[in-house]
Design a protein around this ligand. Sequence first.
Ligand code: HEM
Length: 251
Amino acid sequence: MTYTSTNPLLANLNNLYLEYIGLIVLLSTVGVLLGIAGHFVIIGPNAKRLGKLKPEIVRLTPFERTAHFVRMLSFIILAVTGIAFALFHVGTLGLSYVAAYKIHLVFAALFTLSSLNSIFIWLKDSIFKTYDRDWFKVMGGYLTRKEIHPPSGRFNAGQKAFYWFSTFFSILIIFSGLMLAYPGKFGLNSLLWASVLHGISAIGLIAGVIAHAYLGSLANPGTIGTIIHGKVSREWAKNHHPQWFEEIEQK
Ligand code: HEM
């Protein structure tokens, strides 16, 4: 579909976006998956031994896990229905377009609530500290087979970066999505911007979340349990998050 706008630059941008969105989604997703596969084969999981120990320290509270679970589930459903709209201009999984659109709106509301909740409860743990520089200097040890554990608080510098990345794009996708859901309230140019920004945020979030899911599971044995039962082993905490471990030991 092509749009006419009072602003030719914006109209061209939107038409370019509509023409290439499928290709960009495909390339970014395949690119991240190839990067993950390459990392897994060449470098492999970080500190495998930490995955076999008994989880005994509470890392995520039931409240944090519920918010993360709702955010994760709603994100997956939004991504599947959203990709179906963008690429094929149809509904998905045998659903009509109208049914898929309704599902998209319901899960968008859940994504909004759970995102705002997660952004709020993890804000304090995501403020950068001076020791985070040392984590960045060695990229968290992810680029070497040697086991190294740079300084880290409750969240390491990479997780903090992902927190800010996902916060920025979640807010952008929520606001642009709200505008697209109420088209009668906005002018054409604003809606064209909303459409482009909604797509760009979706591409960023999908690629970022795939990488995040890999880092929270296969790349770091012993981590995935935090979003299921909420606990990690003492050794896991001591090695991956030494500053946080010290804090909880003192408590
Ligand atoms: C799709 C599957 C997902 C998996 C497997 C997953 C896994 C995880 C795990 C294991 C943690 C805890 C890490 C730790 O305790 O050190 C975590 C935390 C977190 N998750 Fe997810 N997650 C997923 C989806 C999402 C989505 C969709 C978002 C937001 C759009 C998100 C945002 C976060 C944030 C901000 C944190 C805290 C900081 C961090 O660990 O990076 N996650 N996730």
